[in-house]
Structures are given as structure tokens and as C-alpha cells.
Design a protein around this ligand. Structure first.
Ligand code: HEC
Ligand code: HEC
Ligand code: HEC
Ligand code: HEC
Ligand code: HEC
Ligand code: HEC
Ligand code: HEC
Length: 469
């Protein structure tokens, strides 16, 4: 009997021979599809190279664990010039099929794409791809069980929103969340969180407003499980890629893979993961307009496409940022548009922490005082002492700011460290995550601020500190 390992070995030997045979064949006759793509790539980029089969033999098996017998993959033969997805997922270790599926040894597109997952991070498949045990589905360390975190996050459940609507229209008698766009069970709930949610399917006999809510508000638009509305400023992906793969406002691909159209909206700017997420990415869902509770319809903001005029490409970065960030009716302070969302909002606020939080207000932990303190109390700070502190990992993945054991950083109300806000020579210094730009954080403590220390909602601060657009 042939063991699985032996069979895999024979298979990979045979396939390696096949590749060798194909790649050493003298090139003659009509051009293959892949040869045409390579020709386009060399012509477009000015890179010089041979038109030849490109082979990668990944060092991880389909379960995400190291292996010596993964079969070679030829995807890059056509996708030559495709960006490596990230330094943490090097192409020579991961290959392509570990995330995308497909048939690695095929050289025609139809066969290669058989069983393909165009977006492996979509939450309907993420447990089999990103969420493999060796990757982002680590059952032993809940902090690294990213797929469970995201599927239970408010951005995926919208639990508070659904409860509010059902309460408002008389479908339930209290505001307790019972349903989520994605439901499920949390094996280990906290006192403030909900142990389980039922997946929400609207009952056709529900009050008309609730039916309309499900139709107009839960599909498309801004839910991490739903495809986006295909209009400028709203192009994005679903699942993990909704935040970690950047789209430009026109949704156009700007990389060097010759197979991908550069004039067809709906593609990421590059095949690239990042944790240095600019505000524009979060804003492909947030700050796009308003829902009317009365009519259950969405009105897009009037000052940007698709409803408003395009911004002239010559507009300087600062002005553009101020215009694009919040809706015209929004009130905000300088730091609320100079910084990016991820400079203030933590990883668990954005990605969830594995629990079903009942609503935004309860989940959200960062406050203005987290960085500025109050008239009576300075911001809470803490020294990084553990070399395995997650804050160090975030800094390393980001690369635009440095953080070391011994540094003192700001602590949020829920005990998360803001590693990019550090105490240096008696001052709080903040590094902007997208580009490392430095700011000194002015403190309320010791200033002439006229706040009531027990009032800390941003709405209150905006009474005196609103920025004019
Ligand atoms: C013969 C050339 C060829 C080979 C080989 C090939 N591709 Fe493609 N691929 C294309 C072309 C052309 C497109 C864009 C047109 C399209 O959507 O089919 C594409 C599109 C894709 C897309 C985007 C699909 C979508 O719907 O957005 C993914 C993902 C992809 N390929 C992955 C792979 C993987 C993984 C492999 C190897 C298993 C592979 N490709 C092998 C030619 C190829
Ligand atoms: C770590 C997982 C991972 C690996 C490894 C990976 N990809 Fe992807 N790829 C993704 C994700 C996630 C997306 C979806 C991006 C989106 O929807 O915006 C994607 C998107 C794509 C697209 C579509 C881009 C578009 O314009 O729509 C192509 C083509 C592609 N990958 C090809 C490949 C090829 C070829 C390889 C191997 C060299 C590869 N990928 C390796 C995760 C991966
Ligand atoms: C709503 C936005 C959002 C979504 C969706 C999202 N993330 Fe994140 N992710 C973030 C933010 C914000 C950070 C923190 C970045 C920082 O502060 O440097 C982060 C950090 C990370 C990190 C680095 C820190 C660590 O714990 O290792 C990983 C890995 C990660 N995300 C994986 C995922 C995976 C896998 C998914 C899908 C299951 C996902 N993310 C979905 C926003 C998101
Ligand atoms: C795919 C669309 C989408 C993207 C992209 C997205 N969000 Fe959200 N976000 C939502 C939705 C929907 C809610 C509302 C949840 C609710 O009302 O219950 C939300 C809620 C939030 C909340 C409040 C609730 C909580 O869990 O803390 C914060 C903070 C937040 N988002 C930050 C971010 C940041 C930061 C980014 C970018 C890194 C981002 N979001 C990207 C859709 C998105
Ligand atoms: C200067 C820091 C800062 C920046 C930048 C920032 N926020 Fe916030 N955000 C806060 C604070 C503080 C709160 C708490 C609300 C309060 O105090 O009233 C908040 C609240 C929220 C809420 C919950 C609102 C609610 O109704 O409960 C969401 C959602 C949110 N922010 C998303 C974002 C997104 C998306 C971005 C980027 C486009 C962003 N924030 C940029 C500090 C910031
Ligand atoms: C993550 C840290 C952080 C959080 C949270 C934060 N800020 Fe700031 N804030 C800063 C930084 C950094 C500056 C300095 C900006 C500069 O110098 O350009 C600043 C500056 C300010 C200033 C002085 C500049 C001005 O507008 O004249 C005010 C007022 C202010 N913040 C109010 C707020 C309010 C209100 C909130 C809550 C919505 C808030 N901040 C949340 C980091 C933060
Ligand atoms: C009643 C008006 C008022 C309210 C409400 C108020 N402030 Fe102030 N704040 C001031 C004044 C006046 C100053 C001192 C003048 C100045 O530097 O702008 C000040 C100063 C500050 C500074 C220092 C600015 C610097 O450049 O040194 C910060 C930071 C700040 N306030 C944050 C806040 C936050 C956060 C809130 C909400 C929790 C808040 N303020 C509420 C009036 C107010």
C-alpha cells in the first residue's frame, strides 16, 4: 500500500518533471495565454526577463502547517507581477492555493480557477482559509483567534442596531440584543456581553418598517459580510480584506499584474495586506451619509461622489483630508481629522475581541480623556515590560513607529495599550500610524480648559472645540 506521504512525493516529483518539460520546451507556434500576459507585463513595466513558466513550491501544507511535500504551483506564470500579499505571508512559503484554492498545476485559466475563492477572507469561507488552526484560528490563544473575533464583532453582527429597530417598531419589548447579521454562540461570555445571538432573517409578517430596514439597511452598504455598493468612495472588499486590503476611492487596480484590468472599478489598489489602515478605508463604510429612521432609506452625503462633484486631483492633501473625512454636518476637533481612525480606535474596537457586545456604546472604550486626561486626572500610562506584549507586535507589523520594552504608553479604559502614544521626555508624543508623522498631545490637565471633568462625551467637547470646515 502506498502511504499518503509517498503518494504526495510521487505526485510532486511527477509534477516537477512536467513543469520542467513544459518550461524547457522551445517556444514555437501560436502564443499561449500565459505567454501573452508575460509579454504584456514586460512591455508595461520595462522589466527585462524571460518568457517562461514561473513555479513556486510552497512550504506550508493546506492545513497551514510546515510540510516538505506540497505540490508546486504555476499561478504566477500568468499572474507575474502580482504583489506579494504581505511580508508575513511570503509567496515562497505560502504560494497561492493555501488561501485561494484553485488548481496550482494548470496553465489555462479555466482549469487553474476551478474551485477558486476570489476573496479567501470573506467571512463565509474564512474559517477554512485565514482561520486554519496554524494561522488566524488559534484555539489556544483567544487573542489570535482573529476569525472568531471578527465574526462576533459588532461590525459583523450589528446587534445593537437590530435591537433598536425591532424595539422602535414594537417587535420586541426591550433593547436586549437577540439577533445578529451573523449569529452564533460565545463559549466564554463576559458579564457585559451576550452569550449568543440568533442569525437575523426578517419575518415577512414583521412591521413594514422592519422589512424595509432589512432590505435597505442590512444588504449592501456597510456590513462586513455584504458586498459593497459599487459607487466611488464605497469600493471595498468583504471579510478581513474590508479593512486590511486597501481600495482607492475609484476602486481601480494600480499594481502590475497583467491579468487584472486597470480600468474596471471594483478591484483593490494592490494585492497587499496592511495594518496601517488610512481613514479613507474605514470611510468606505463609515461617514458616507445618513439613514432616515422614518423612511428607512439612505441618503448619501452631498459633498462627494456619487451625489456630489469629484474633488479636483490638484487639491492639496491637507484640504482633501478635511473635506473627505466627515460629513458636512459633522462636528470634530483638529485631531479627529489629522489623525486616522486607527490612531484612536484600537484593534479590538475595530475587529472585536471574540465576544458579542450588545451595542456600540458599550463596546467602544477610547475616550477623548484617554489621550488628553481631564482637569483633575492626567491620562493613564503604563510601561511595556513583557517582550510578548501584543502592542510590540502591532508596532512591528506597522513599521512606521518604534516601540520597545521599557517604553511608557497610554492605556485605554479597557486596558488596551495605545503603543503609538508614548511618553518621551515628559511629553506625550503620538505617531500617526499611516506615515509615522509625530504630534505632541496637548493635555487638558494643567491647561485653561473649561470642561466639567465628569462630562467626557465628544459631543460635549465639541461645544467649545468644534473645527470649522
Ligand atoms: C492562464 C493564465 C492564468 C493562470 C494559470 C491563473 N490565472 Fe488567475 N486570472 C487570470 C486572468 C486572466 C484573470 C482575470 C480575468 C478573470 O477574472 O478571469 C485571473 C483572475 C484571478 C483572480 C481574481 C478572480 C476574481 O473573480 O476576482 C484570482 C484570485 C486568481 N486569478 C487566482 C489564481 C490562482 C490562485 C491561480 C493558480 C491556482 C491562478 N489564478 C492561475 C489568469 C490566470
Ligand atoms: C494569505 C492569503 C493570500 C495569499 C497567499 C494569496 N492571496 Fe491573493 N488575495 C487574497 C485576498 C484576501 C484577496 C482579496 C482581496 C479583495 O477582495 O480585495 C486576494 C485577491 C487576489 C486577486 C484578485 C485581485 C483583484 O484585482 O480583484 C488575485 C488575482 C490574487 N489574489 C492572486 C493571487 C496569487 C496568484 C497568489 C499567489 C502568488 C495569491 N493571490 C496569494 C489573499 C491571498
Ligand atoms: C473593521 C476593520 C477590520 C477587520 C474587518 C479586520 N481587521 Fe484585523 N485589524 C484591524 C485593526 C484596526 C488592527 C490594528 C492595527 C493597528 O492598530 O496597528 C488590526 C490588526 C490585525 C492583526 C495584527 C495584530 C495581531 O493580532 O496579530 C492581524 C493579524 C489581523 N488584524 C487579522 C485580521 C483577520 C484575520 C481578519 C478577518 C478575520 C481581520 N483582521 C479583520 C481592523 C480590522
Ligand atoms: C465593511 C464596512 C466597515 C468597515 C470597512 C469599517 N467599519 Fe466600523 N463599523 C461598521 C458597522 C456596520 C458598524 C456598526 C455596528 C453597530 O452599529 O452596531 C461599525 C462600528 C464601528 C465602531 C463602533 C463599535 C465598535 O465595535 O467599537 C468603531 C469604533 C468602528 N466601527 C471603527 C472602524 C475602524 C477604525 C475602521 C477601519 C479600520 C472601520 N470601522 C471599518 C462597518 C465598517
Ligand atoms: C482623535 C481620535 C479619534 C479619531 C481620529 C476617530 N475617532 Fe471615532 N471616536 C473617538 C472617541 C473618543 C469616540 C467616543 C465617542 C464619544 O466620546 O462621544 C469615538 C466614537 C466613534 C464611534 C461610535 C459612535 C457612537 O455613536 O457611539 C464610531 C463608529 C467611530 N468613532 C468611528 C470612527 C471612524 C470610522 C473614524 C475614522 C473615519 C474615527 N472614528 C476617527 C475618537 C476618534
Ligand atoms: C489617540 C489620542 C487622542 C485622542 C483619543 C484624542 N486626541 Fe485630541 N489630540 C491628539 C493629538 C496628537 C493632538 C495634537 C494635534 C496637533 O498638534 O496637530 C490633539 C489635539 C487636540 C486639541 C487641541 C487642538 C485644537 O483643536 O485646537 C483638542 C481640543 C483635542 N485634541 C480634543 C479632542 C477631543 C474632543 C477628543 C475626543 C473626541 C480627542 N481630542 C481625542 C490626540 C488625541
Ligand atoms: C466650555 C468650553 C470648553 C469645553 C466644554 C471643553 N473645553 Fe477644552 N478648552 C477650553 C478652553 C477655553 C481651553 C484653553 C484655550 C485653548 O488653549 O484653546 C481649552 C483647552 C483644551 C486643551 C488644550 C489645548 C492646548 O492647545 O493646550 C485640550 C486638549 C482640551 N481643551 C480638550 C477638551 C476635551 C477633550 C473636552 C471634552 C471632554 C473639552 N476640552 C471641553 C474650553 C472648553
Amino acid at each position: 500500500m502506498i502511504t499518503t506521504t509517498k503518494r504526495a512525493l510521487i505526485f510532486s516529483l511527477a509534477s516537477a518533471l512536467l513543469v520542467l518539460a513544459v518550461s524547457t520546451l522551445p517556444w514555437r507556434g501560436p502564443e499561449n495565454e500565459w505567454q501573452a500576459y508575460q509579454r504584456d507585463y514586460f512591455a508595461d513595466t520595462g522589466v527585462t526577463g524571460q518568457i517562461a513558466v514561473r513555479q513556486v513550491t510552497p512550504r506550508l501544507g493546506p492545513d497551514g502547517r510546515p510540510t516538505d511535500d506540497a505540490p508546486p504551483e504555476l499561478c504566477l506564470t500568468c499572474h507575474l507581477g502580482l504583489e506579494e500579499i504581505s511580508a508575513s505571508h511570503p509567496v515562497e512559503t505560502f504560494g497561492c492555493t493555501i488561501c485561494h484554492g484553485g488548481v496550482g498545476l494548470a496553465l489555462d485559466a479555466d482549469r487553474a480557477h476551478d474551485g477558486l475563492l476570489p476573496n479567501p477572507s470573506d467571512l463565509s469561507v474564512a474559517t477554512q482559509t485565514c482561520g486554519q488552526a496554524g494561522c488566524h484560528g488559534d484555539q489556544t490563544d483567544p487573542a489570535r483567534d482573529h476569525v472568531a473575533q471578527v465574526t462576533r464583532s459588532l461590525q459583523a453582527t450589528y446587534a445593537g442596531g437590530i435591537a433598536l429597530i425591532r424595539y422602535t417598531f414594537g417587535a420586541q419589548k426591550d433593547l436586549d440584543p437577540r439577533f445578529g447579521v451573523l449569529g452564533g454562540v460565545d463559549p466564554d461570555p463576559l458579564p457585559q456581553t451576550v452569550p449568543s445571538l440568533t442569525t437575523y432573517h426578517v419575518d415577512p409578517n414583521a412591521p413594514p418598517a422592519e422589512v424595509q430596514f432589512a432590505q435597505n439597511c442590512l444588504t449592501g452598504g456597510c456590513h462586513v459580510t455584504e458586498p459593497p455598493t459599487d459607487v466611488p468612495y464605497r469600493y471595498r472588499s468583504t471579510g478581513c480584506a474590508a479593512c486590511h486590503v486597501l481600495y482607492n476611492d475609484e476602486g481601480l487596480y494600480a499594481g502590475t499584474d497583467p491579468t487584472l484590468p486597470r480600468d474596471e472599478p471594483g478591484h483593490p489598489a494592490r494585492h497587499r495586506f496592511t495594518t496601517a489602515i488610512p481613514f479613507s478605508q474605514c470611510n468606505h463604510c463609515h461617514n458616507r451619509g445618513n439613514y432616515s429612521l422614518r423612511t428607512m432609506t439612505f441618503t448619501p452625503r452631498p459633498d462627494l461622489p456619487p451625489a456630489g462633484d469629484p474633488i479636483p486631483p490638484t487639491m492639496p492633501e491637507e484640504g482633501r483630508r478635511l473635506l473627505e473625512y466627515y460629513q458636512p454636518i459633522g462636528q470634530f476637533t483638529l485631531c479627529e481629522w489629522e489623525l486616522d481612525c486607527v490612531d484612536c480606535h484600537t484593534q479590538t474596537e475595530a475587529m472585536g475581541d471574540g465576544h458579542f457586545w450588545p451595542d456600540q456604546k458599550t463596546m467602544q472604550s477610547v475616550q477623548c480623556r484617554t489621550c488628553h486626561g481631564t482637569l483633575t486626572e492626567p491620562p493613564v500610562t503604563v510601561e511595556i515590560t513583557d517582550p510578548d506584549d501584543p502592542a510590540l507586535r502591532l508596532a512591528r507589523l506597522n513599521g512606521n513607529y518604534e516601540l520597545n520594552v521599557g517604553d511608557v504608553v497610554v492605556l485605554t479604559g479597557r486596558g488596551e495599550k495605545l503603543g503609538s502614544v508614548q511618553l518621551r521626555d515628559g511629553q506625550l508624543v503620538q505617531f500617526r500610524k499611516v506615515d509615522g508623522r509625530q504630534y505632541v498631545v496637548p493635555l487638558v490637565t494643567g491647561s485653561d480648559c473649561r470642561q466639567q471633568p465628569d462630562q467626557q462625551e465628544s459631543r460635549y467637547c465639541h461645544q467649545c472645540h468644534a473645527y470649522q470646515r
